[in-house]
Write a protein that binds this ligand. Structure first.
Ligand SMILES: NC(=O)c1ccc[n+]([C@@H]2O[C@H](COP(=O)([O-])OP(=O)(O)OC[C@H]3O[C@@H](n4cnc5c(N)ncnc54)[C@H](OP(=O)(O)O)[C@@H]3O)[C@@H](O)[C@H]2O)c1
Length: 243
């Protein structure tokens, strides 16, 4: 499979290494280029993998739709454009799979979070807090992963209807705190506290390889596909991610 990498930072380089390990060819590395240069680099790719920054993601994804190349996007912090991008994908016949986190462990953690929220919703004495820690280069806060966790919890627990960045004791609001420390790849914790005890679940990434591997498996899945896909489709597929 020929893969175009859009963004060649920490994640782009990890994804390049995993592509090689899995026998794929990186046919193009796209950094900040004109739209013509980008179109010509995308032309020969089977699939593009986009890991850049919040302000760049939407334009890069559209460039892939226009070039007829399905795209896997892992950039976070651009979801206010998601609905418009989804419509563009459908109207141009493009292919998109976005995930706030591609690691298998985090996707299992997403499920555990929802199950715990559903279980605990019968006991109103327990209140939730979400905390995330990332490296100091990270541009968005809270992380895309924290937002997915918050949305999953809210979906399963009728006592919560929204999340806020920072401390809050307002009824129905889930407080989400974000810290930026050193080179931390990503740590997420959800704590449920009552007057008497607490339950905390934590996912801690030790490195970035799990994100890169998941993104490359997603790229293998997206080859030749049109339409909008999610990690649920990947889990339900017969890819190396499937179960
Ligand atoms: N979904 C997941 O599993 C997952 C996992 C880890 C990270 N992420 C997300 O992935 C993104 C990238 O993370 P990272 O750690 O690789 O960041 P990074 O090391 O800062 O790399 C981002 C790269 O994108 C480049 N870039 C910026 N604008 C661009 C554009 N318009 N076109 C092409 N390249 C452009 C930057 O170039 P310059 O250096 O020249 O500015 C930089 O090399 C972040 O949003 C992060 O939150 C997602």
């Amino acid at each position: 499979m020929k893969v175009a990498l859009i963004g060649y930072g920490v994640m782009g380089k990890q994804i390049e290494a995993v592509c090689k390990e899995r026998g794929h060819v990186v046919s193009a590395i796209i950094t900040k280029e004109s739209s013509d240069e980008m179109a010509s680099k995308l032309k020969h790719a089977d699939v593009a993998v986009e890991f850049t920054e919040p302000d760049a993601a939407a334009d890069n994804i559209r460039a892939c739709f226009n070039a007829g190349v399905p795209v896997v996007c892992g950039t976070t912090g651009w979801l206010h454009h998601y609905e418009a991008i989804r419509q563009d994908c459908l109207s141009t016949g493009g292919g998109l799979l976005y995930a706030s986190n591609f690691s298998i462990g985090v996707n299992l953690f997403f499920r555990l979070n929802k199950q715990l929220a559903a279980l605990i919703s019968r006991y109103p004495g327990y209140k939730a807090e979400l905390e995330e820690i990332h490296h100091t280069r990270k541009k968005d806060a809270p992380s895309g992963t924290a937002i997915t966790l918050a949305e999953g919890l809210i979906e399963e627990h009728p006592g919560y209807s929204s999340w806020v960045l920072g401390r809050t004791s307002a009824e129905g609001q889930l407080p989400v705190t974000a810290s930026r420390v050193g080179d931390v790849p990503g740590t997420h914790s959800i704590s449920w506290k009552s007057e008497n005890d607490s339950i905390t679940i934590t996912h801690e990434a030790f490195n970035r390889k799990g994100f890169a591997l998941g993104a490359v498996i997603a790229a293998e899945f997206m080859k030749g596909k049109r339409g909008v896909y999610s990690m649920t489709d990947l889990f339900n597929s017969d890819s190396d991610y499937g179960n």
